[in-house]
Ligand binder design. Structure first.
Ligand SMILES: [Zn+2]
Length: 151
């Protein structure tokens, strides 16, 4: 069994046959914990917790192989896995069977959508946008300018 993380973009389309891509885009870029991000989601893993035995019994009865942990609503960290960049992803078109390579675009730690979709293309490489363009450095630059003006 292969483990991936997934990105989902309901607006992504196959460049070859124009079919909408309804499957999730897979990536091996991070830790592959079966996380799934939709557009606008914060790109970080959710924390997992053990399901208390009482609740587990209620949910699954005496099923021995029922799940013993679950994803919580909390993120593992306040920092995203990637602040600004492009994560290589792949899937295949269910209509024309092309294999598709693309990027999941991440801006300010949020998944913005699938871009640069190519049919039967080369595997893409991870891209990190230059830190100069992040909001933090813009703020610092602004602060510098203010202090220069006042100094
Ligand atoms: Zn297609």
């Amino acid at each position: 069994m292969c483990l991936y993380d997934h990105f989902y973009d309901e607006d992504s389309k196959c460049p070859k046959c124009n079919a909408k891509i309804k499957t999730e885009w897979q990536t091996l870029q991070f830790e592959c914990l079966l996380e799934s991000w939709k557009k606008g989601d914060f790109v970080q893993y959710h924390k997992w917790e053990l399901i208390p035995e009482k609740e587990r019994k209620k949910l699954y009865g005496d099923v021995k192989l029922g799940p013993s942990s679950r994803r919580t609503n909390q993120y593992r960290s306040d920092a995203p896995l990637l602040l600004n960049g492009k994560v290589p992803v792949r899937t295949s078109c269910t209509k024309c069977k092309s294999s598709l390579e693309a990027y999941a675009k991440v801006v300010s730690g949020k998944f913005m959508g699938i871009i640069e979709i190519e049919a039967d293309g080369e595997e893409k490489e991870f891209v990190i946008f230059r830190p100069e363009t992040t909001a933090k450095s813009l703020r610092e630059e602004f602060a510098n300018r203010l202090s220069q003006r006042n100094g």
